[in-house]
Ligand binder design. Structure first.
Ligand SMILES: Nc1nc2c(ncn2[C@@H]2O[C@H](COP(=O)(O)OP(=O)(O)OP(=O)(O)O)[C@@H](O)[C@H]2O)c(=O)[nH]1
Ligand SMILES: [Mg+2]
Length: 217
């Protein structure tokens, strides 16, 4: 496993609780294909953005240490799933032991926003609200001119479904960090969501190239 997989993101703040053991939390990314799940994770972990779309096949996995405001660290195990319909049957197996489910929609796609209900339903078939924190991310806010889903609509849906809410853009590091740090702080404030088991997986690097290109900032 490479260094980058355990790179540390330091949130400025106090340095208390340094001796607390590092807990691992499984964070599963779900949402329609092309909404930017992979791009959000890549920006957070590797500080890169690729405008060329390569659909995730099956699942990809990366781990990163995050230092919380209070000073202690937690490890986020980021599970990047494939949004394509043909992989939907695999979702329940990824949900097992998850602490957080992040559902991503694209603010320029009403269809991806409407699909959020289906993803939440699927999560709640396997995981109870006592077991997982649900987060909703409206991505691609850099494409403001093409926006089809307003911030207020995203917020209202998140309130209705009892989810954390963020708007982000995979090409804006500060917005991406706000998502992951918000999730990390949410986990730290929620002692029920803990998975101590070390999960060692071989990352799936098989991706399907697509010739579709999308504009970006
Ligand atoms: N303009 C813009 N483009 C983005 C953003 N996030 C992702 N994209 C682009 O949208 C396309 C799809 O992004 P991905 O991250 O591969 O989407 P995904 O949700 O992982 O897709 P699947 O793996 O098929 O489920 C790519 O061309 C990205 O470059 C964003 O915030 N802004
Ligand atoms: Mg992907």
């Amino acid at each position: 496993m490479s260094e980058e997989r355990f790179a540390s993101a330091v949130v400025p703040g106090q340095k208390r609780n340094q001796n607390k053991p590092v807990r691992s939390h499984k964070v599963v990314f779900l949402g329609q294909s092309g909404t930017g799940k992979t791009s959000l994770i890549r920006q957070f972990v590797y500080r890169t953005f690729e405008p060329c779309y390569q659909a995730t096949v099956g699942m990809d996995f990366v781990s990163k240490l995050v230092t919380l405001e209070a000073g202690h660290k937690i490890r986020l195990q980021l599970w990047d799933t494939a949004g394509q319909e043909r992989f939907r049957a695999l979702v329940p197996s990824y949900l097992r032991d998850s602490s957080v489910c992040v559902i991503v929609y694209d603010v320029t796609s009403r269809e991806s926003f409407d699909s959020v209900y289906g993803w939440v339903e699927q999560v709640l078939e396997d995981r109870s609200r006592k077991e997982v924190i649900l987060a909703l991310v409206g991505n691609k806010v850099d494409l403001e001119a093409d926006r089809r889903v307003q911030h207020s609509e995203g917020r209202a849906m998140a309130e209705e479904l009892n989810m954390l809410f963020f708007e982000a853009s995979s090409c804006k590091p500060d917005l991406v960090d706000a998502v992951f740090n918000g999730i990390a702080e949410g986990l730290s404030a929620d002692p029920k969501a803990e998975s101590d088991d070390e999960i060692v997986l071989e990352p799936q690097r098989h991706r399907e190239a697509s010739h579709r290109r999308k504009k970006c900032c």
